[in-house]
Write a protein that binds this ligand. Sequence first.
Ligand code: FO1
Length: 308
Amino acid sequence: MIVALTGGTGGAKLIEGLAAEIDPAELTIICNTGDDEIFQGLHVSPDIDTITYTLGGLIDTAKGWGIKDDTFNALQQLHGLGADTWFKLGDRDLATHITRTRFLNEGLTLSDATDRIRRALGVKSIILPMSDERVETRVETQQGQISFQEFFVRERWSPEVTAIRFDGVESSHPGPGVLEAIHHAEAIIVCPSNPITSIGPIVAVPGIRSAFTETAAAVVGVRPLIGSTAISGPAHKLMKASGWKASALGVAQCYSDFLDTFLIAEEDKDLVEAIAAANIETACTNIRMTTLADKRRLAREVLALVEK
Ligand code: FO1
């Protein structure tokens, strides 16, 4: 069983490549839930949905989120009724949020709801929320504290960030199956997601980071930045706000206590020695994933590293 940690659109691209290269039933994905938020009264889990839609062949590949060719009639009607509609929920996407909210209202856990929805969408891989308890990523800016989606979508990640917090994480527990998956994994892949707001919340859940340092499985990470800039999104900005250098070295240091091998961009090859000093093996490659062929190539390179 290969275990992958992911959140957001970058991680989903590598997961798509992995699922095309190995039997998807051999893939267990531990997913960030710090981006979850209530919109239109519904529980939206963006990172879980991005992975579920990607593995179900439903993802809008142009945007990297939501369902391809979705319409937005309900949202338009909601706007007319005075609702906040800056977070774009498509008509088919809404069916997922309505279903998850119904399951949660019936007393199911987020893990149960996630499993029922992925099975209904024909997804063979196991998708595990990092926790069934609410962990909320909060972004502190000069204008005050806002949610991750308010920062990322409404403010288009323009505010200067002074700190990132994961409210509720101290009292949270790993979701069912998470620690078992880590301990029994043949290999663990840290996908090219935002180290602070996608991977950060997962390894902040008490017990998960230590499981990564204890597991016998090789842990291979793929860097989500080239040079000091994120391929997409605010990773470099959020790393600086969290006191990490937005360099390949900075990301390696974020994961240095549990990462065995780090796959970084060819452009960053001059950092290999510095990262090796953090006791992490490094390999360089082209980490951009535009086409499915790119995603499959990178997945093959990562799998070759975990087999080493
Ligand atoms: N990202 C945007 O930039 N704009 C949106 O309106 C938006 C809506 C949305 C709806 C459902 C969903 O699952 C994801 C959505 N995203 C949107 C992406 C989301 O903000 C990010 O994928 C993650 O939260 C970042 O990790």
